[in-house]
Design a protein. Structure first.
Length: 262
């Protein structure tokens, strides 16, 4: 089993900085840098990519909080609707993904990118996501904020009150595997949209299974909000991969890289 590690916290007067906060900031920095470098490599204007990903991350944080409050904290929301405005509070990974996708789509269309160019930008994001997510889930693993059911499995963590699954740790291990697979697959050119479809196809089913092990989450007809989102993600990913390969077989031209703005 994995040992239980208390989250490191640095105290600076009245303020404190937890490892989770540091790792989330690291995830943002890593995500931004990988997007810009990959955009440059693929011929997509890196300055435009930098601006787009910065705003996409912002919308991701907003969506993450709203999704968590609406679907995981309905009781608290009814008592105090103002918690919707506390965007620095609780977060949901699927809410972050949905918020980032919605905000990114709105931004790219507002800047006048064509549909195929928008598709290319999101494929860059999808390739990048696992590498940034490693740091985010490492923070969750140290904060122990996704506790699972008690178990004697070798994948358990020895919590002070007994061994149980730490779902943040399990997802961290899976994300590392996805990142390694993406690096392997990136050794040869892939059609635009491939990494978007593959990420959702791989993430959806495993996330559904992990949510089965959750404790204390709000459930609707026996499923957590994350499980419903997982089914949608998996179906979307499979459908998108089918579309991407059909498009590639038909010989339809790839996206034209976005030219520098201004």
């Amino acid at each position: 089993m994995f040992p239980y590690v208390e989250q490191p916290i640095v105290h600076l007067g009245r303020f404190q900085i937890a490892a989770f906060q540091v790792l989330v900031c690291t995830a943002v920095i890593v995500g931004h840098e990988v997007v810009v470098r990959r955009a440059r490599r693929l011929g997509f204007d890196p300055d435009l990519a930098s601006s787009l990903v910065a705003w996409t991350i912002f919308f991701g944080f907003v969506g993450s909080h709203l999704f968590d409050v609406v679907f995981y904290q309905p009781g608290e929301l009814r008592q105090n609707p103002l918690i919707l405005l506390q965007v620095w509070g609780s977060m949901s990974s699927f809410g972050g993904i949905l918020g980032g996708l919605a905000g990114g789509f709105w931004l790219t269309r507002r800047k006048g990118l064509s549909g195929s160019q928008v598709f290319m930008f999101f494929d860059i994001l999808a390739f990048t996501f696992p590498f940034a997510w490693i740091f985010g889930r490492a923070g969750c693993a140290l904060a122990h904020d996704h506790i699972g059911v008690p178990t004697t499995s070798w994948l358990a963590v020895r919590f002070p009150d007994g061994p149980r699954f730490d779902l943040g740790l399990l997802e961290l291990l899976y994300t590392i595997a996805i990142a390694a697979l993406f690096l392997l697959l990136d050794r040869r050119p892939r059609p635009t949209g491939f990494f978007v479809g593959l990420f959702f196809t791989l993430y959806g089913p495993v996330r559904f299974g992990l949510d089965v092990l959750r404790t204390g989450d709000e459930r609707y007809l026996g499923w957590t909000p994350g499980q419903y989102a997982s089914v949608g993600a998996a179906l979307f990913g499979v459908g998108l991969l089918f579309f991407v390969f059909q498009r590639a077989r038909s010989g339809e031209p790839e996206a034209r890289p976005a030219a520098p703005q201004g």
